[in-house]
Design a binder for this molecule. Structure first.
Ligand code: BG6
Ligand code: MG
Length: 217
């Protein structure tokens, strides 16, 4: 067996938080006086909080009009709304097959880490009651460089005590797949083949994943 660890992105792989990010960013756009659509929101998946704001302001045609302090205040405002939404989440929002997949890897002795850009990852894991499945948790507070930089996954491998080539990464965002590849890891894409490139396997969701098969990658 070549794989010793499975590293999971959170947003879009284990839970669909994109809808809450969207509601909060849309509210900010409203306050700034322009429309932000669900299609625009697609560009924010896997992207850091500050970069998300830059994309939002670009959509509104007002990128470059604000100071660093104003940009920070806007990301904080958006995050307060977002945290309000995700604080109400519970186990019913775990995406189909996630728990079975995590259990399946544990049963065959594969270590598990979280590799998420989100600074809110811990709150989400606690609310979903799945924190205990992870041997290491690397989130946006621990990793400072945004995907496609491989830092978040390399830190995960290090904490688990495995080599990058012994890891498989589960990701729904292109930047995340790129990060895993740059880090020298195997990749499983979650999503549609027309939206993603450069992966070893692709599935519609974790419900389709067979841990024993993935362990042979
Ligand atoms: C990623 C999401 O997981 O986390 C992005 O896909 C988000 O949309 C990023 O911007 C940062 O999240 P947070 O919770 O720290 O604002
Ligand atoms: Mg994601």
């Amino acid at each position: 067996m070549s794989i010793k660890a499975a590293l999971f992105d959170l947003d879009g792989v284990i839970v669909d938080t994109a809808k809450y990010h969207f509601l909060a960013w849309q509210r900010l756009a409203n306050e700034l006086g322009f429309v932000f659509t669900e299609k625009d929101n697609e560009r924010l998946k896997g992207v850091s909080r500050m970069r998300s704001l830059e994309i939002l302001l670009e959509v509104g045609g007002i990128l470059g009009s604000f100071s660093e302090a104003e940009m920070n205040e806007m990301t904080e405002r958006k995050n307060r709304w977002y945290v309000d939404y995700i604080s109400k989440m519970d186990e019913s929002e775990i995406l189909e097959g996630s728990v079975e997949c995590l259990k399946g890897f544990r049963e065959i002795g594969i270590k598990i880490a979280l590799g998420s850009a989100s600074k809110n990852a811990m709150l989400i894991l606690n609310n979903l009651k799945i924190k205990h499945y992870f041997d290491a948790i690397i989130d946006g507070n621990k990793a400072t460089r945004a995907k496609p930089h491989p830092e978040v996954f390399l830190l995960g491998a290090k904490e688990l005590g495995v080599k990058p080539e012994e890891c498989v990464v589960f990701e729904d965002a292109q930047a995340g797949l790129d990060a895993a590849k740059i880090g020298g890891m195997k990749t499983v894409a979650i999503g549609k083949p027309e939206n993603l490139v450069g992966y070893d396997r692709i599935f519609r969701g974790l419900f389709e994943v067979n841990p024993k098969e993935i362990a042979q990658l």
